[in-house]
Design a protein around this ligand. Structure first.
Ligand SMILES: Cc1ncc(COP(=O)(O)O)c(C=O)c1O
Length: 415
């Protein structure tokens, strides 16, 4: 038996930072626990809630729509699903076919299955987080996977490792599966990987579960002119309701026609109603631009507070999704603990993600909470150490399982 206390990432996460917080309610980016303590959420509910929790317009219009619509249908093929599929095809014109699923991990696993069926090959070369399924909880994401899978090989954002794996597995690679981490890795990295995929005749799959609908309208690949074969999406499709998708070219999606991807709860019509409504609200409210605006304000507030308090810290990334790097992991953990203590909900490593409901009241509450957290953090940590290259390397290893070489060879992007 594995010892979950020693080995579990989630266990470690919960033990160190979050286990005592039991949420009762949330509004916008402010949540309340069962003791009445308020938390300011830096994560936009792990990216699932770009509009903010309990958005009044979303709730009212969903309730209104559900008076007309059916909750669950005998088949997963429905009018609402087809409407959403059309919307996705308009948003992702290079990827006219879409297959819906429920969670991000469902989508990433489905993408692998589709790629394997399309190519008839087993090996997937991967970089970055793709969720909790066994397939992706291999080295280096899990130190002790009970079932080691030699068909899943992680190149850790390192092009030297990727090149070696492509050569060693020649004729057996179905695809390269890449999660953009725009805080640290530039679009040119994915552009290079795209060229390598073409050269070796393998599919390019990009995991945009986290960034796809918030980074830019139409997602990361479209923004940077990368022609992926398959893209996985989830957060932001249906505002907190579980709905994910694989979008793909007609050619790559032939794999979906041969694969079993049955999914009972795609019959939940409500999820597609929520998806259509969310996409309408994204258009009407220019939500991607608003995420960038509130994210810029969030970033600025952290930056000024760090400066004012002479705290060594570096902020990396775009306005709507960024990372904060501190001198060491132990500084980072201490910072996250102080944040939680003072009602700022974030971990370390952690992705700061704005939502459209971060308003003046939110920022007025955040400012003094952060001052208090920083004052306490300063007291027990060494403030003479700086954030160095080594700090970023350590952060990238922990957050993205990137090698030192991968991190440093993209230094021009984050330095
Ligand atoms: C890039 C990426 N892929 C996949 C997943 C897995 O999604 P889920 O937690 O919905 O299974 C996540 C979740 O954070 C993610 O960020």
């Amino acid at each position: 038996m594995l010892d979950p206390v020693v080995t579990g990432y989630l266990t470690e996460w919960e033990r160190e930072t979050r286990s005592s917080i039991v949420f009762r309610s949330a509004k916008g980016a402010m949540a309340e626990d069962i003791d009445g303590k308020t938390y300011l959420d830096m994560t936009s509910c792990s990216g699932a809630s770009p509009l903010g929790s309990n958005d009044p317009v979303f709730k009212a219009r969903l309730a209104q729509a559900m008076e007309r619509e059916t909750d669950v249908l005998p088949s997963p093929v429905s009018e609402q699903r087809q409407r959403l599929a059309e919307k996705m095809a308009t948003m992702f014109p290079d990827h006219p076919r879409v297959f819906f699923l429920r969670t991000g991990s469902c989508a990433t696993e489905a993408a692998v299955r589709i790629a394997r069926h399309r190519t008839g090959r087993p090996v997937i070369l991967t970089a970055g987080f793709h969720g909790w399924h066994d397939l992706f909880q291999q080295h280096p994401w899990s130190n002790n996977p009970p079932a080691e899978d030699r068909h899943i090989q992680d190149f850790q954002y390192d092009l030297d490792i990727l090149e070696r794996q492509l050569v060693e597995n020649q004729g057996r690679v179905a695809g390269i599966f890449f999660t953009p981490e725009p805080s640290v890795f530039p679009p040119e990295l994915l552009q290079k990987i795209s060229r390598m995929a073409k050269l070796h005749g393998v599919l390019l799959i990009v995991d945009e579960v986290l960034c796809g609908l918030r980074y830019a309208k139409g997602g990361y690949c479209q923004q940077h002119g990368v022609k992926a074969d398959l893209i996985t999406l989830a957060k932001g499709i249906a505002q907190g309701v579980g709905l994910s998708a694989v979008v793909g070219t007609a050619d790559a999606m032939e794999g979906a026609d041969r694969a079993y991807l049955g999914n009972t709860y795609l019959r939940e019509n409500r999820a597609f109603v929520a998806g259509n409504l969310t996409q309408e609200l994204f258009e009407e409210g220019q939500i991607v631009a608003r995420l960038a605006e509130s994210g810029a304000a969030l970033k600025e507030l952290f930056l000024l507070s760090f400066e004012r308090n002479a705290i060594p810290a570096r902020i990396l990334g775009s306005d709507s999704m960024f990372d904060i790097v501190l001198p060491s992991l132990s500084h980072g953990r201490a910072f996250a603990q102080r944040c939680l203590q003072h009602g700022i909900y974030i971990g370390y490593p952690g992705k700061y993600m704005s939502n459209a409901a971060m308003d003046d009241a939110f920022f007025r509450a955040l400012q003094p909470a952060l001052e208090r957290a920083l004052a306490d953090y300063r007291k027990d940590q060494d403030m003479t150490v700086q954030v160095t290259e080594a700090s970023v390397v350590e952060y990238c290893a922990k957050a993205f399982h990137a090698t030192e070489h991968a991190c440093l060879s993209n230094k021009h992007h984050w330095a």
